[in-house]
Design a binder for this molecule. Structure first.
Ligand SMILES: *Cc1c(COP(=O)(O)O)cnc(C)c1O
Length: 350
């Protein structure tokens, strides 16, 4: 099924004439830049940042395209994938009219971004085993449903959405299915990026904040059919990814080997923590998941949280999410950090 993407885009975005920056209007070769009112001398720093960044992030998108074996036109980047969540809502959802579907317990940002845009959020809870209730999801789609947000591996449960579930939704839904793969580098499951060529209504989110270790630089990635990416580019601020972030991201992408090595360590440390966690009677349930964290159900989440915090270890209390009463999400740290975690947990008295 080929979805009519333009028919889904908000009319004001279809009619929008995007801001055209000085640097994007010129694409020849120049040596004198008197077009953008920059400081022509430099920056009062060791390195110069006096020039505006590439608004189209061509080189970075090209490198990402190579990584995903797609074209530059299939990719856009944002100031973190958080920004791209906002952008996809802005492109497709008419405020106080349209709705999105999210599947809690999951990443909160989809809901927050929708609410900021005055877009209704319909929540279809996951099943008790954290799998997707695909049939209920399909029944819940209305005329107003523009986007379905899935997270795979899901934060904070760690489970992966099976490819057949994603395909079922892509085939049955004439809106956009957003699959957030922030943690895919830690998973044994393949990415759904391969489905983009078969489904023009799939948008995959990636980030350099997790496995790639660049959270402080804010680089998120959206991968989709060219037409969706064109609309995404229209709503972004011209210089949304700064010069340092673009440059450092390009450099980091050359060093995938380092990331692979860390991922292997995360895998080993996770096995070790799972073994230890299985020994604590106050850990009622342990959900291994496929990401760089472990979700645990404990006897008293606030008490365990406070106990760890008093020793300088912060974890994330997930108790406010549906199905996650007394659950904590614990990120896999370095071997030394995990030593400390285990050491402290050994001293917990029930
Ligand atoms: C961490 C996280 C993000 C945020 O990524 P940024 O690129 O840092 O904005 C997106 N989605 C999920 C599920 C996350 O856990």
């Amino acid at each position: 099924m080929k979805v009519d993407i333009k028919a889904l885009v908000r009319p004001n975005i279809v009619n929008l004439k995007p801001y055209s920056s000085a640097r994007s209007e010129f694409d020849g070769v120049a040596s004198v830049f008197l077009d953008a009112n920059e400081n022509a001398f430099g920056s009062p720093l060791d390195e110069d940042y006096n020039r505006y960044p590439d608004p189209l992030q061509k080189e970075l998108r090209q490198r990402l395209a190579e990584l995903y074996t797609l074209d530059t036109e299939n990719i856009c980047v944002g100031n973190g994938s958080d920004e791209l969540i906002d952008h996809v809502i802005r492109v497709f959802c008419n405020p106080s009219e349209d709705e999105i579907i999210v599947c809690p317990p999951t990443f909160k940002m989809y809901e927050v971004a929708a609410e900021m845009n005055d877009v209704t959020v319909k929540k279809i809870l996951l099943n008790a085993d954290f799998s997707l209730d695909v049939d209920l999801l399909l029944q819940s789609i209305s005329e107003k449903t523009k986007l379905i947000f899935l997270c795979s591996p899901n934060n904070p449960t760690g489970n992966v959405v099976p490819l057949q579930d994603v395909k079922k939704l892509l085939n049955a839904f004439s809106g956009i299915v957003v699959v957030d793969e922030a943690y895919i580098d830690f998973s044994s499951q393949p990415s759904v990026i391969g489905e983009i060529k078969n489904h023009n209504n799939l948008l995959v989110l990636r980030t350099l904040s997790k496995a790639w270790g660049l959270a402080g630089l804010r680089v998120g990635v959206a991968v989709a059919d060219k037409e969706i990416i064109d609309w995404m580019l229209r709503v972004k601020m011209p210089y949304n990814v700064n010069t340092v972030s673009q440059k450092m991201a390009i450099a980091a992408l050359q060093n995938k080997m380092q990331v692979d090595t860390w991922n292997a360590t995360v895998g080993n440390q996770k096995q070790r923590l799972l073994k230890e966690f299985g020994r604590y009677p106050f850990f009622r349930k342990v959900f291994p998941g496929e990401a760089n964290f472990i979700l645990v159900k404990v006897d008293d989440a606030s008490r365990v949280y406070r106990f760890l915090a008093a020793e300088g270890i912060i974890v994330r209390n997930q108790s406010s999410q549906p199905l996650l009463d007394n659950c904590l999400r614990i990120t896999i740290g370095t071997p030394e950090e995990n030593d400390k975690l285990i050491d402290i947990l050994n001293q917990y008295e029930q």
